[in-house]
Design a protein around this ligand. Structure first.
Ligand code: FAD
Length: 206
């Protein structure tokens, strides 16, 4: 005799629900401890039509556990992480980017007066509002000694490379070769992160 189509549907639904729970808990690092069967779904539906039954509460990951896990993973950003993220944003903005990367609206070759003003303001705001006071104060000095140069994309990306190097030098970090800035930040397509390797290891002068 052929199977009841509704039963097949319910079984499929149970499998999908188990799979979702399994992947979700693996994703957030919790482990499932199914009660009796090896395949315990998040909630179960009886194979008999019209009858829904709830799963035993203590056998499944509780929402509170998930929240706790997410909370403990959410530590404040470090000065280094913030710095890396900010430099990434700035260099990407200044880079002449290949279309293949899907970023099209970087700083133009021939910026308008407004675009040049925007970049100067952005740097000014960064030096006042950057959420690391020591860094912001230092960057103010860096800007005073090295006023923004953004007459073109090339000029802006080179200027940015230079000021990043000023910060690098003050922190005792290697100086990045600015002729490689486009390779590192977008102009060229880099096979297997080759540009990252070049940019990070080839420090040979400003
Ligand atoms: P980062 O310096 O963050 O660089 C990220 C990547 O950029 C590197 O891996 C490399 O591939 C590439 N890169 C490096 N140099 C250049 C360059 N010149 N041009 C183009 N690409 C380059 N930290 C402090 O402790 N004190 C400060 O006063 C301070 N001031 C800061 C001011 C600003 C505006 C910013 C954005 C950050 C500041 N930081 C400061 C953070 C600091 O600069 C670094 O971001 C942080 O220490 C992490 O360094 P990192 O070695 O991972 O590489």
């Amino acid at each position: 005799m052929s199977e009841n189509p509704l039963q097949v549907l319910v079984q499929t639904f149970e499998k999908v629900s188990y799979s979702i729970q399994h992947h979700l808990t693996r994703f957030i690092g919790l482990h499932l401890q199914p009660v009796s069967s090896a395949k315990a779904p998040l909630f179960s539906i009886s194979s008999s039509p019209h009858k829904f039954q709830s799963a035993k509460a203590d056998s499944f990951v509780q929402p509170d556990d998930i929240l706790l896990k997410i909370k403990s993973a959410a530590t404040p950003v470090t000065k280094e992480e913030l710095g890396r993220a900010t430099w990434t944003f700035l260099h990407t903005l200044a880079a002449q980017t290949s279309q293949q990367r899907g970023l099209f609206s970087q700083y133009p070759d021939n910026p308008t007066r407004q675009q040049k003003k925007d970049v100067k303001e952005l740097m000014g705001i960064l030096s006042r509002m950057y959420p690391c006071k020591e860094c912001a104060d230092h960057f103010k000095e860096v800007l005073r000694a090295n006023p923004v140069q953004a007459g073109s994309q090339a000029e802006f990306s080179q200027w940015l490379c230079h000021v990043h190097n000023v910060v690098n030098r003050s922190l005792g970090k290697p100086i990045f070769p600015c002729e490689r800035v486009d390779a590192r930040w977008g102009k060229l397509e880099c096979e297997k992160n080759a540009c990252e390797v070049l940019g990070s290891t080839g420090f040979d002068g400003d």
